[in-house]
Design a protein around this ligand. Structure first.
Ligand code: GUN
Ligand code: ZN
Length: 426
């Protein structure tokens, strides 16, 4: 059934890293017409209501209506170990991550965590996530079943690891290929779900496994492929030892056909010049995970430099290496990392990264990540005065960006006033 939502509507007509803040459109007395799970029209509230008499109207007052957040790199199995103290990447994986991922061998536990994870992400205004599962096929089933029941657009894949992981968390080149192929056939393109071919990272995959997954991707080029790249210096040194013949970290994927359009690389902090050039040439996606990079002590992502060079970049929480489920908190961390690199990202750039940028990184920007006619109706309604601290700061604002920035820097799930998934309020 059709419905009109009114409020302040934020949309993008271009990339604000290219076109500046004018790439964003703010309709102060705006409206969005939803029907059949899609956005049918947007515009001034008066005109839209007059053009569609009889369509019920839900007023969101002065709240901001935006595309729902798109989180381009997460590990839903790590929900329960978020904010675990005191480790860097490799120790953090061994101490906290692998023992917890082991527990998802139990399909009931996997279902419990999937349910909890989507409760949390929706409460934080995130309507699409691209997640890693565990090595267990049932962890993929649990994720997709939960997302499907909620009508979500969602992506995941079985995480493949055949070495440098504990007993019980290792597959083989053959089983990784065959399980992934089976899951891909079962889920990819069903409703709003997409399968993603998912080698965890080079240290936990043998060359034979990377080769097998490269072959699977070549046979299924419509899928994305996701993995980790150049997150920490100790990790890069380890990769160099494991793949002495490779030119650099990216080459450990590239030589097995695991780089190209549709490849989504998490972190990408410590890139060599050759890697940057190849990633750009091949139109790979990079995903910035700022709360993770500060929490695990990984380093500073060069957003300004990589965007200026033309890279395809999304934004992500990387839960549970990241320390928050909130894309608002993630935008704040991206701002802080930018400041440490000498670049103050504009609120329009931060908001674009959390919506369209991530949708572009996942090659879904023709469907999600913007408020425009024809897009799927995944929306978030933001209260720009959700706490006393934010309200008093935003009260002084001279324009929408000043009004929005305190929510970016200090906001959390309390700022999420409503969430729509495929046109349905959840
Ligand atoms: N590198 C390999 N696996 C992981 C993971 O689970 N989290 C993060 N942050 N980095 C990784
Ligand atoms: Zn990750």
């Amino acid at each position: 059934m059709a419905e009109i939502l009114t409020g302040q509507v934020l949309s993008f007509v271009a990339d604000p890293f290219v076109a500046g803040p004018e790439a964003a459109r703010i309709e102060t007395d705006g409206a969005v017409l939803l029907d059949g799970g899609r956005i049918v029209a947007t515009g001034p509230a008066g005109a839209l209501r007059a053009a569609h008499p009889g369509v019920p109207v839900t007023s969101h007052g002065r709240h901001l209506i935006s595309a729902g957040f798109v989180d381009a790199h997460v590990h839903y199995p790590q929900t329960a170990i978020i904010a675990s103290w005191g480790k860097r990447l490799i120790d953090w994986l061994n101490t906290y991550t692998f023992p917890e991922e082991m527990r998802l061998a139990d399909p009931d536990y996997a279902a419990t965590i999937a349910r909890r994870y989507f409760d949390l992400t929706l409460a934080h205004g995130t309507t699409t996530v691209c997640s890693y599962a565990t090595i267990h096929p049932a962890s993929v089933d649990a994720f997709f079943a939960e997302a499907q029941a909620r009508g979500l657009r969602a992506l995941t894949g079985k995480t493949c690891m055949d070495r440098n992981a504990p007993e019980g968390l290792r597959d083989t080149p053959q089983s990784a290929h065959d399980d992934s192929a089976r899951l891909l056939a079962r889920w990819h393109g069903v409703d709003r779900l997409s399968y993603v071919i998912t080698p965890r990272f080079s240290p936990t995959s043998s060359p034979e496994q990377l080769e097998a997954l490269g072959a699977l991707w070549a046979a299924n080029p419509g899928c994305l492929m996701q993995t980790h790249l150049s997150e920490q210096t100790d990790e890069i040194a380890w990769v160099r030892g494991l793949f002495p013949e490779a030119r650099d970290y990216l080459d450990t994927y590239e030589r097995f056909g695991l780089a190209g359009p549709g490849a989504v690389f998490g972190h990408a902090i410590w890139l060599e010049p050759r890697e940057k050039a190849r990633l750009l040439d091949m139109d790979c996606s990079l995903v910035h995970c700022p709360t993770s990079n500060t929490f695990i002590g990984s380093g500073l992502f060069d957003m300004a430099g990589l965007k200026a060079a033309g890279h395809r970049i999304g934004l992500a929480t990387d839960t549970g290496g990241g320390s928050s489920f909130s894309m608002l908190r993630t935008m704040a961390a991206a701002y802080e990392v930018g400041q440490l690199c000498g670049n103050a990202l504009h609120p329009a750039q931060l908001w674009w990264l959390a919506t369209q940028g991530s949708a572009r990184a996942l090659r879904l920007d023709d469907r999600i990540g913007n408020v425009a006619a024809g897009m799927e109706a995944d929306l978030v309604v933001i209260d720009l005065a959700s706490t006393p601290a934010i309200a008093q700061a935003t009260a002084r604002a001279q324009d929408l960006w000043q009004a929005l920035f305190p929510t970016i820097m200090m906001g959390d799930d309390r700022a999420i006033n409503a969430v729509y998934v495929a046109g349905r309020r959840v």
